[in-house]
Design a binder for this molecule. Structure first.
Ligand SMILES: Cc1ncc(COP(=O)(O)O)c(C=O)c1O
Length: 391
């Protein structure tokens, strides 16, 4: 199996973890020998409700038996997508009431860039250094990690990078700027929170020069930081909201959300301003609705904040520089990269699954399902601390 995995499935790293999975349930993933691993990764912040949550499985099964794919996006009125968009927008501010459902985070970012260009008639974009917005050409062009991009140039022109959390850089947002895109918590860079007042300052500058403010909530979204979206902590509303990952509890998904009036830009000159075959897929939409309803009904967002307090309390060790992030979007920042590598690999042997962050080599990822129990968190903390004593 591992040989076929390496031979027939295209690889992008020479050393994939290569764990052979037999099943996943709740907070646990099981390998082919039935060994259980407590999952601190949640499919990289995607499995909001853990693995195979019964409500999500039921919604998928029910929809799959009814119909799966019948038409490209936006032509037929499909109840799962309509219901989901309606319920989602009931939790969003009045200026974010129109949802364009797509298939992934990166596609949602692409859609948001296209929409901002159409709304403003401008093409320049401002993004943040050390940001990550995806891996297709447009989203990669607005991502701030130079060495990852160099091999793929030329990229989309007209992108300017400023420093996250530096208010003095905001003057580079001008009347020529179509959109400013930023993560409400910088993920790949190491779970960097915005300073108090920073998002508000970006909002004010965008409003002053007529630039669209795009918040990428793909990783922090869907309750992970203790609110439905991280921007809700600051009460700063974007013009375009980009979401994905945790939305459908593990099915491929994404969306960009704006006002109905702004979204109309995609209807004309040219019409079909963004098209997709599978966006709004009924099965994915049904899983998204079940996820959102369970998230709201099960008190998971409040618990995310309590679990953060618990983890911060326990995770104290000479090798830990800090625990960074918010809610259950946390990263243990270790004293160096070797300690992080060793901890990630050795925890796996002890049945605890973590992972790296994209561009912070000292990080040990703590983004478990929001449904993880305190007892499971205790096992995670005890294992981490015991291993750090040994490393
Ligand atoms: C903040 C952010 N934006 C965009 C993306 C891209 O999403 P996807 O991998 O679904 O294309 C990610 C994925 O890690 C992300 O964390």
């Amino acid at each position: 199996m591992l040989e076929d995995f390496k031979k027939h499935q295209a690889q992008t790293t020479p050393n994939p973890l290569g764990l052979h999975i037999s099943k996943a349930q709740g907070s646990y993933i099981y390998d082919a020998s039935d060994k259980a691993y407590l999952d601190l990764v949640a499919g990289v912040s995607a499995c909001t409700l853990g693995h195979c949550h019964p409500k999500v499985v039921e919604a998928i099964q029910r929809q799959a038996e009814s119909y799966m794919h019948v038409m490209v996006y936006g032509e037929f009125a499909l109840e799962p997508a309509v219901n989901y968009s309606k319920v989602l927008t009931s939790y969003l501010p009045p200026s974010l009431q129109s949802v364009y459902l797509v298939n992934s985070g990166t596609e949602a970012v692409e859609g948001s860039i296209k929409l901002a260009k159409r709304i403003t008639g401008r093409y320049e974009l401002v993004s943040m250094r050390s940001s990550y917005h995806g891996n297709t050409m447009g989203s990669m062009s607005v991502s701030g990690m130079a060495h990852q991009k160099d091999a793929f140039r030329p990229l989309m022109p007209g992108v300017r990078f400023i420093r996250f959390n530096h208010v003095e850089d905001l003057e580079q947002i001008t009347e020529r700027t179509a959109a400013v895109i930023l993560e409400t918590i910088q993920g790949g860079a190491g779970f960097i929170l915005p300073n108090p007042g920073y998002l508000q300052a970006v909002r004010e500058r965008c409003s002053a020069v007529g630039a669209q403010l795009v918040f990428d909530e793909i990783q922090p979204g869907f309750g992970r930081t203790g609110r439905l979206f991280a921007f809700m902590h600051d009460e700063v509303v974007p013009d375009i909201l980009v979401i994905g990952k945790g939305m459908a509890s593990g099915l491929p998904c994404g969306a960009f959300v704006a006002s109905g009036e702004k979204m109309k830009e995609l209807q004309s000159n040219p019409k079909l301003g963004h098209i997709t075959t599978f966006g709004g897929n009924p099965v994915v939409a049904a899983a998204s609705l079940a996820t959102l309803q369970a998230l709201m009904a099960e008190g998971l967002m409040e618990q995310a904040l309590e679990k953060e307090v618990y983890l911060r309390d326990r995770l104290q060790h000479a090798s830990i520089l800090e625990v960074r992030g918010k809610g259950l979007m946390l990263a243990v920042i270790l004293k160096d990269k070797d300690t992080a590598n060793s901890l990630i690999l050795r925890s796996m042997n002890l049945g605890l699954l973590s992972f790296w962050l994209l561009f912070e080599p000292r990080a040990f990822r703590l983004t478990p399902p929001l449904t993880i129990s305190f007892e499971e968190l205790k096992f995670a903390c005890d294992t981490i601390l015991t291993l750090l004593d040994e490393i």
